[in-house]
Design a protein around this ligand. Structure first.
Ligand code: BG6
Length: 491
């Protein structure tokens, strides 16, 4: 048996995509509340209103900036899927009962910052918001499920982002600290596992797939990221000092970039891409300092090293206890001309890998890549690892008898569980697995419902029609057996 007996089998979600109740319980809006639904062919839009009442929409992927005097707004005629998510806010008891039946040991969820501090800068938290999560954590406890809480998952208060300068403003660090101090104290007896920021490296990953980004905009990505590193380090240190039982980790978007050919120039290119977009963030979190190649990156973007180096001590004092990451796909890059970049992925773009199969959304399915990445991480770091997102976004068919025959998802999960098992046999200290969107939820990139990851089906479509009823897919029964047998029975 390869999986340790206390292996944390689980499932993952995020408030902005799952919770709903966007304007209930005193919650303030976050940017996802102004973001429309889209599809794999169209980009999501962010809507706004002018003082004269006229409205408009910006492409989420292109940094156009708001027209002068415009304000982000919910505008008639658009559909905002994150407003409802899949309604965990009202259905958490029903969902937690399903998680128990499934056998989950751990449930990854996030707290919506604007439910606790609606604008981000209040002196006192919103008690109703605190009560909601207390109820959820108590319900999880009653069901013997350990929460794994992401403190910030693409869900900053809109006011903080738009009026207070967001992560460009160093003062946001202290607002984040205040938020963390409140939730740590409030839930200290209910939550042990915490993650400071979801996919923190997403701030710079966009550099690889947004074409022609002006250098001035690219520079801001590194500044925002640095301020988040500082915020993370400060609350990790605070947690270590005040709550020694906490396990506090980072969450980095797992990125494996293969060279498309064995041309040494391709090898170097893939190495550099991985340094820039993955190790840069991972090393700061785990080693508590910027890696040697950071200076090359700062030079490349004409960034002043003293800005990053002024916080050397803070970063060193806030090293994480646990390294967690998302893993969906791998990508290939090349220096060679004329190669089409038609292989998509989570925050990534590259050439198609002829040895791999692709999902309906063009993401490469690569379980060996997971084993490879786990080994890379274990060789570099001395902290336990956890895969906190993984899964296949696919179109599911709900049959008349409310079954869903998702063999493709079972195949994907089985292959990735086997890859984790092999990695453990390789010597990797892997402590848990929380597949993404264990209950169907809104896609982050497209806002679609039809891109489903769950083992639990939710009756809701891309236009917001549906009962929101939950149904168990075939993958539910497969995963249940996998958990019961601690990864032995993979059917
Ligand atoms: C990760 C995010 O990037 O990938 C999740 O942490 C997201 O929030 C997931 O949902 C899958 O991406 P998508 O775009 O298919 O929802």
């Amino acid at each position: 048996m390869s999986f340790p007996s206390d292996f944390l089998w689980g499932g993952a979600t995020a408030a902005n995509q799952y919770e709903g109740g966007w304007n209930e319980g005193g919650r303030g809006p976050s940017m996802s509340d102004y973001t429309t639904g889209a599809s794999s062919r169209t980009h999501r839009l962010i809507t706004y209103r002018m003082p004269d009442g006229t409205t408009g929409a910006l492409d989420q992927m292109v940094n156009q900036g708001l027209p002068e005097r415009a304000e982000y707004a919910v505008v008639d005629g658009y559909y905002y899927p994150n407003h409802t998510g899949t309604d965990f806010y009202h259905r958490y008891k029903e969902d937690i009962a399903l998680f128990r039946e499934l056998g989950l040991k751990v449930f990854r969820m996030s707290i919506s910052w604007s439910r606790i501090f609606p604008k981000g800068n209040e002196e006192e938290p919103n008690r109703e918001g605190l009560e909601f999560y207390r109820n959820v954590f108590e319900e999880l406890k009653r069901n013997d499920i350990e929460p794994l809480v992401t403190i910030s998952h693409y869900d900053d208060p809109a006011y903080l982002s738009n009026e207070l300068g967001g992560w460009m403003n160093e003062n946001t660090v202290s607002l984040y600290e205040r938020y963390c101090h409140v939730i740590f104290e409030e839930y200290k007896d209910l939550v042990k596992y915490w993650l400071t920021f979801n996919e923190i490296n997403s701030a710079v990953m966009i550099l690889a797939f947004v074409p022609n980004m002006p250098n001035e905009v690219a520079k801001t990505c590194f500044v925002k990221l640095h301020n988040q590193f500082v915020a993370s380090a400060k609350v990790v240190k605070y947690a270590h000092e005040h709550y020694p039982d906490f396990v506090i980790g980072c969450m980095v978007a797992g990125m494996t970039t293969y060279p498309l050919t064995c041309d040494p120039k391709d090898i170097l290119m893939a190495q550099k891409r991985t340094q820039d977009l993955f190790w840069y963030a991972a090393d700061v979190h785990v080693k508590g300092k910027y890696p040697s190649f950071a200076r090359r990156i700062w030079r490349q973007y004409d960034l002043d090293p003293t800005f990053f180096e002024k916080d050397t001590e803070v970063l060193n004092e806030g090293k994480v206890d646990l390294f967690t990451f998302s893993y969906y796909n791998t990508s290939c890059i090349t220096t060679h001309e004329g190669v089409e970049l038609d292989g998509g992925g989570n925050l990534s773009l590259g050439a198609k890998n002829p040895y791999l199969q692709y999902s309906d959304w063009g993401w490469a399915m690569d379980p060996d890549g997971l084993r490879y990445l786990l080994n890379e991480l274990a060789g570099r770091y001395d902290v336990p690892l956890m895969v906190v997102e993984n899964g296949l976004g696919a179109i599911d068919e709900l049959e008349a008898d409310h079954t869903v025959h998702d063999d493709y998802r079972i195949d994907y999960m089985r292959a990735h569980v086997k890859a984790m098992e092999e990695a453990i046999e390789d010597g990797v200290d892997l402590i848990g697995y929380t597949p993404w969107g264990i209950v169907d939820l809104v896609s982050a990139s497209t806002g679609e419902m039809r891109k489903r990851y769950g083992v639990i089906y939710v009756d809701l479509d891309d236009e917001g029609n549906g009962t929101l009823n939950r149904y168990k897919k075939d993958s539910f029964f497969w995963y249940k057996k996998c958990i019961e047998s601690n990864g032995e029975d993979l059917g």
